[in-house]
Design a protein around this ligand. Structure first.
Ligand code: ADP
Ligand code: MG
Length: 606
């Protein structure tokens, strides 16, 4: 083939391949444009996970009507004019190709108005064809709408994951941007449902919101400054890092923001790990949002088309600054590595428990405000014999929490005075004006469901990593459904990935289930049989409830389990702490009452 210049349309499509990978990358480009335009509030609305519509609205500077056409033209930018500007770029954009690329793979409409303009103007691009600019209605600022992404690139459209998955990625992208720009208010909605709504905040408040409010008390402030002549100025390290106790089994909650831009940098991730060395189980991941500020000339932002990586001119200096900043914050909290503890004080190693082996230890105090206590259920040794230390799958717990016998006594004291177990299945309780007959399985399931739900609202459930992934065979359809559930299962402590066409590899299981002798295989089989799917946020919520219920149902005592006196007392005490305890999660009754009046009627005494 003879050499020829590519038509601009094709050039844009090729560029789109780099910049516009999926809805999340479009959102990133558009929100960054809004921030470059000095917006103080940005709203992102998605339909169909962004595949149908992405709308980004801002209250920034707006675009002059005569510039609208240039804005959608490749390599047209208002942000840099010379090579020198590129050397010290301070804006998010500078390549001038995002809008042109998006216009080549979707229907694009920009409506914009500057404060000085009498009204807005809009321009449309569809398959590379430009219409406008023409007068339009609109407030000051800019609204960019992107419809049917990849409509003309079917291979790419097919490549998009489920709506839930794409929405999740947009959510992540928004979190990343939100951390880098705490002063800007950011909203994200998906099919009209708000997912993110952050007012302008200070840096720490923003970190707490993005990392999870449940972590607030575990977050240590970073504050470190370091001068080096070759850097043209100081390196400042700010942000927050969570204590080792709050470490997670996935590396998802790790953010590095350099000069306001969230980036991936293995070397700096490593620097943080180094600071944690000896303080944290190597199989878990620290949680942090790390802000690095340094002279823009010391960072090359132009190494990655989506600008998610940078090249540092003096990486080892920055590495050292990060490591020292984190180590210092940990030290201030008294977290220092102690060499050679006397044997008696050395913490017991946290060993992964073999799966499928019923554990007797069921002691749990997660340190949260409600201090959920799980009382051992099931036959065998008495309650107090079963009390051993908790099996912590993740993180190094600063202090093993023991389930004090007084807690059981307290549970017994607050429980109704008289009760009995009938046929190892029913509990008969004298309470109020009459008696209540309780289905022990249904009540236990209900109680655990509520407790699990409350727990997961605060933080993902503890998990136990498996030394070897457990492989579970499922049908091909099941694999897809499990994939759509991955974010939910991950919160519950069940990490799994497809491994081949009909096999799922399970990497971790909820400690909660392990403690009750329920294996990965059994739990996964129940989920597959449940025919669950989480393709949109509403379905995801329902699926989360279903899976929690499955866990509770599997783990609950069954009819036929003999319960000790203390166990029954504790179960009844927990019943008193939940709303509507008389229905199981499916709405079936857990109990019925016979009042004194009922009894009198039956015996003809009324
Ligand atoms: P870049 O951001 O690299 O300059 P883009 O294609 O993303 O390239 O945008 C092209 C130009 O359009 C920008 O340089 C800017 O002048 C203008 N622009 C884009 N989005 C906005 C916005 N939300 N508000 C104001 N101007 C914008
Ligand atoms: Mg841009």
């Amino acid at each position: 083939m003879a050499i020829r210049l590519l038509p601009p349309e094709l050039v844009n499509q090729i560029a789109a391949g780099e910049v516009v990978e999926r809805p999340a990358s479009v959102v990133k480009e558009l929100v960054e444009n809004a921030m470059d335009a000095g917006a103080s509030r940005v709203t992102v609305d998605l339909e169909g996970g962004g595949a149908d519509l992405i709308r980004v609205s801002d209250d920034g500077s707006g675009i002059a009507p005569e510039d609208l056409l240039l804005a959608v033209t490749a390599h047209a930018t208002s942000k840099i004019a010379s090579f020198d500007d590129l050397e010290a770029v301070a804006s998010f954009g500078f390549r001038g190709e995002a809008l042109a690329s998006i216009g080549s793979v979707a229907q694009l409409r920009i409506t914009s108005r500057r404060a000085v303009d009498g009204h807005a103007h809009s321009i449309e691009v569809d398959g590379g064809q430009v219409t406008g600019p023409r007068p339009a209605a609109g407030a000051a600022g800019t609204v960019v709408e992107v419809r049917t992404l990849f409509r003309n690139v079917p291979a790419r459209r097919k490549f998009l994951r489920s709506q839930a998955a794409e929405t999740g990625r947009v959510h992540d992208a928004i979190d990343a941007i939100a951390l880098g720009a705490p002063g800007i208010g950011i909203r994200l909605t998906s099919d009209g449902r708000p997912l993110v709504d952050l007012p302008p905040q200070d840096e720490r408040t923003r970190c707490v919101h993005v990392l999870g409010k449940g972590l607030a008390s575990e977050l240590l402030d970073l504050s470190f400054e370091f001068e080096a002549p070759e850097l043209h100025g100081p390196i400042r390290i700010g942000g927050v890092v969570a204590t080792p106790a709050a470490a997670k089994s996935s590396a998802r909650n790790q953010w590095i923001i350099i000069n306001g831009r969230s980036i991936e940098d293995r070397s700096l991730q490593h620097a943080v790990r180094e600071a944690f060395r000896g303080l944290m189980d190597p199989s878990v991941h620290p949680v942090y949002a790390l802000f690095v500020e340094l002279d823009p000339r010391a960072v090359d932002m132009n190494v990655h088309p989506a600008k998610t990586e940078v090249r540092l001119r003096f990486p080892s200096l920055v590495h050292r600054a990060v490591r020292r900043a984190v180590a210092q914050a940990l030290e201030r909290r008294g977290l220092v590595v102690q060499e050679r503890l006397p044997a008696s004080e050395r913490p017991e190693p946290t060993m992964p428990l073999p799966l499928g082996m019923p554990q007797r230890a069921i002691v749990h105090d997660d340190g949260g405000d409600r201090g959920i206590v799980q009382v051992p259920m099931g036959g065998g040794p008495s309650a107090s014999e079963q009390l051993t230390r908790p099996a912590h799958g993740t993180g190094v717990s600063p202090e093993p929490t023991r389930f004090a016998e007084s807690q059981l006594d307290a549970a017994a004291a607050s429980a109704p005075v008289r009760f009995m177990q009938v046929d190892h299945a029913w509990l008969v309780v004298e309470e109020g004006d009459g008696l209540t007959v309780i289905d022990q399985h249904a009540l236990h399931e209900r109680v655990m469901f509520e407790e699990l739900k409350a727990r997961i609202e605060r933080a993902p459930l503890e998990r136990q990593r498996l030394l070897m992934p457990e492989l579970v065979d499922c049908g091909a359809g099941a694999i897809e459904r499990i994939e759509s559930l991955t974010p939910i299962l991950d919160r519950l402590g069940l990490e799994c990935t497809p491994s081949g066409a009909r096999t799922i590899a399970v990497h971790s299981v909820p400690t909660f289930l392990v403690e009750r002798g329920i294996g990965a295989r059994e739990f996964l089989a129940a989920i597959v049989a449940g025919d669950l799917q989480a393709d949109d946020p509403r379905a995801a919520e329902a699926a989360l409830s279903e899976v929690l219920d499955l866990m509770a149902c599997k783990a609950a005592v069954k009819a036929g389990d003999r319960l000790t006196h203390a166990e029954i007392a504790a179960l009844l005490a927990r019943r008193a702490t939940i709303d509507r305890p008389d229905r199981c999660p499916h709405g079936r009754p857990t109990a019925f009452r016979l009042t004194t009046a009922d009894l009198e009627r039956r015996f003809g005494r009324a």
